[in-house]
Ligand binder design. Structure first.
Ligand SMILES: NC(=O)c1ccc[n+]([C@@H]2O[C@H](COP(=O)([O-])OP(=O)(O)OC[C@H]3O[C@@H](n4cnc5c(N)ncnc54)[C@H](OP(=O)(O)O)[C@@H]3O)[C@@H](O)[C@H]2O)c1
Length: 259
């Protein structure tokens, strides 16, 4: 039987690229996001594997647990979870909508945590039965320093990285793979959603296909952290050694409008 991957945020960008990559590597897919029409289109496009479409708004409390229950009720068990859904918002913390920032926390952090918690026991079982199994969490190079004008987003990605590294530590010595993908700026709908199209950050991007490929390959090769692109890796390395205030100032310049 083919293994199954659950991909969140599969309706566009990196999630869509992950869907194509996992399908090409023999996985059946469970795809989730809010946009059901897009998910149905992707199901038709990838009809060489079994695709289940499970629309869900992950900004709603308990939506991660509901999704888990839905798959349980339908007897769908998964080998791999890709926690990819997420979004950012660009602007001063107290000028941005509180509701939207709360939704960001829910999608980027809480639902990711809930899904990881719910599916991990099953993923462990699959690994014990000898199947390649694990979790691929999508953080960002934003995880490595504070990010003025995108403060909640950067903090949410620092959480994703720290949580994933913590759980990876717990999983050491088991066959369950935990990988964190930390992309830099990538050509997707991200900047439009974040209203950051004029930010310097948006000027130098990698393609979504290239980023997802590095993430997929790193996951299969059992890498713990994957930072696609040499400049992104250098930036993440530098952020470890720079005074935090300097790293924060640099991020502020990238998040601010192009001069
Ligand atoms: N692009 C970049 O520069 C960049 C850099 C570093 C990290 N990342 C991370 O990469 C991940 C994927 O983003 P992307 O760049 O591919 O952007 P994207 O094209 O905007 O994709 C975001 C995905 O998340 C889903 N999503 C957003 N809000 C949701 C909600 N409330 N409930 C369920 N799904 C929701 C969207 O689907 P619906 O709208 O259909 O719900 C979409 O499928 C995110 O975690 C992002 O933070 C992106």
């Amino acid at each position: 039987m083919k293994p199954t991957v659950l991909i969140t945020g599969a309706s566009s960008g990196l999630g869509y690229e992950f869907a194509k990559l996992f399908a090409a590597n023999g996985y059946n897919l469970v795809l989730t996001a809010r946009n059901e029409e897009k998910l149905q289109q992707i199901k038709e496009e990838l009809s060489h594997v079994d695709v289940m479409v499970a629309p869900k708004d992950l900004s709603q409390p308990h939506s991660g647990e509901e999704l888990y229950q839905q798959l349980l009720d339908q007897d769908v068990s998964i080998n791999v979870l890709v926690n990819n859904a997420g979004f950012g918002l660009n602007g001063e913390f107290d000028k941005l909508s509180l509701k939207q920032q709360q939704e960001m926390i829910q999608v980027n952090m809480t639902s990711l945590t809930d899904l990881t918690y719910c599916f991990l026991p099953e993923i462990k079982k699959q690994a014990n039965a000898g199947h390649f199994s694990g979790i691929l969490n999508v953080a960002s190079t934003a995880a490595f320093q504070p990010g003025p004008y995108m403060s909640v987003y950067y903090a949410s990605k620092a959480y994703v990285l720290s949580l994933s590294e913590g759980i990876a530590g717990e999983l050491k010595g088991t066959d369950v793979q935990m990988t964190t993908l930390c992309p830099g700026a990538t050509e997707t709908n991200f900047f439009k959603t974040a209203k950051a199209e004029n930010a310097k950050l948006a000027q130098s991007t990698m393609s979504a296909g290239a980023v997802a490929k590095e993430g997929f390959e790193g996951f299969i090769k059992r890498q713990q952290i994957v930072i696609p692109g040499r400049m992104n890796a250098v930036g993440a390395f530098a952020a470890k050694f720079l005074p935090r205030s300097l790293a924060s100032n640099l991020a502020k310049r990238f998040n601010g409008a192009q001069s």
